[in-house]
Write a protein that binds this ligand. Structure first.
Ligand SMILES: *Cc1c(COP(=O)(O)O)cnc(C)c1O
Length: 392
């Protein structure tokens, strides 16, 4: 069924998924800003360092295919995705650059992964065997990146396990071990001692493996934070995610480059009313007016990914001014106080994320009200609303 929103919702080939469609809420993704951010990050790397643009989780809610096309167009060397399906979608869209499945695969996914020339983060022998068998059957070689846990405590072989594992891989000449890979736990913090210990572990394992004859030309460990602050962590390739989408890896850190926000969310005032003192607002009556209050009702709520945790904490921008959220955020509605903006009428534009005159609400602002990180804000908003693309 075609959707009836006025926006150009889905670029060709983007998978249609169930969405809350409302022409009262507009989520825009600025691909020009994404390209700008890519160039800024590229500029932080030495020539010859490859850049893997991380586009997992539907490009952090920005839309896998439009983001991937824009980044490939800028010259990204690799794309990093979270699932076989995302990798296959990139191939179906005609993207031919190398793609790494960051979480690895299940043994049953080996055939399709090899078929689509997707490279795999590897940490299981049964997967190695399945990949080798699939590669043999298809007359190909399968590219793998051996995942090492240097202190993240998540996926990967412990350093002591790497060696025995590599020895077992000698039985599978169909596998091409491109490099070692690891992930950093606290690279976004100013205090770098833990990160430096992780790097030391990584370098130690890498060197030992190379001494045994493994070339491992494409080894990598750097996320956005390490790309920006730790040149020693760049190795052959860096894997930024969040900074491509315009946010620092940690909100309090000052970035060395000027990043542009990519996602914005706007709506308009659905109703304005004047409440007397002593009036309660929204479910639970958690806010009661003490004076006369001009209230604007907005047609956005947690169905749009606008978190209920913003209740009585968050703000929106109207005419470049902040207006505080009063009472609880509902499924489709949110109330803000505009007593200080007496000219506001129904139809007035409202910025929920992004720029209004000289004022701005960032992903980190919204994340702070909900005690989360900008990553989750972008995902929640991007997943719940149709996306309109700028700068295509
Ligand atoms: C998500 C992810 C990244 C990107 O992290 P950012 O903090 O968004 O830069 C890099 N590597 C791996 C393995 C990841 O899962």
């Amino acid at each position: 069924m075609p959707l009836t929103s006025p926006f150009n919702l889905f670029p060709p080939n983007d998978k249609v998924k169930p969405l809350i469609v409302s022409s009262m809420v507009d989520l825009a993704v600025d691909l020009g800003a994404l390209r700008h951010n890519y160039r800024q990050l590229r500029g932080l790397c030495a020539p010859g360092v490859k850049l893997m643009a991380v586009v997992k989780a539907d490009a952090y809610g920005h839309g896998l295919l439009p983001a991937a096309r824009a980044l490939a167009g800028e010259g990204a060397d690799y794309l990093g995705v979270g699932s076989l399906e995302e990798g296959q979608a990139l191939r179906q869209a005609g993207l031919t650059l190398p793609v790494l499945l960051l979480l690895g695969i299940l043994p049953a996914e080996a055939g399709p992964a090899v078929g689509a020339d997707l490279e795999v983060a590897l940490f299981r022998l049964d997967v190695a065997q399945a990949l080798a068998a699939a590669a043999a059957a298809q007359g190909k070689r399968a590219g793998v990146h051996l995942k090492v846990d240097t202190g993240m405590g998540r996926l990967g072989l412990l350093p002591a396990e790497v060696f025995p594992f590599l020895e077992r891989l000698r039985a599978y000449p169909q596998l091409e071990v491109r490099g070692l890979t690891s992930h950093l736990a606290v690279a976004d913090q100013e205090e770098k001692s833990y990160t430096l210990r992780q790097l030391e572990q990584f370098v130690g394992v890498l060197k030992a493996a190379r001494d045994q004859g493994w070339a491992l030309p494409l080894s990598h460990i750097a996320n956005s934070a390490a790309l920006w602050e730790l040149k020693d962590a760049h190795f052959a390739l860096v894997r930024p995610g969040i900074m491509l989408y315009g946010s620092p890896p940690a909100p309090e850190r000052h970035l060395p480059v000027e990043l542009q926000p990519v996602m914005s969310l706007t709506t308009q005032v659905l109703q304005v009313k004047r409440l007397p003192p002593g009036a309660s607002i929204s479910y639970g009556c958690t806010f009661t007016t003490t004076d006369d209050c001009n209230l604007a009702v907005l047609p956005v709520g947690y169905a749009n990914g606008f978190s209920r945790l913003f209740s009585n904490r968050g703000e929106v921008l109207i005419r470049g001014q902040r207006a505080p959220i009063r009472g609880r955020v509902c499924m489709n509605l949110t109330m803000v106080e505009v007593t200080h903006l007496p000219e506001v009428r129904a139809g007035e534009p409202v910025v929920l994320l992004g720029q209004s005159d000289n004022a701005r609400l960032t992903g980190d602002d919204l994340a702070g009200w909900a005690q989360t990180i900008s990553y989750e804000i972008y995902l929640a908003l991007g997943n719940a609303n149709p996306r309109r693309y700028l700068g295509e």
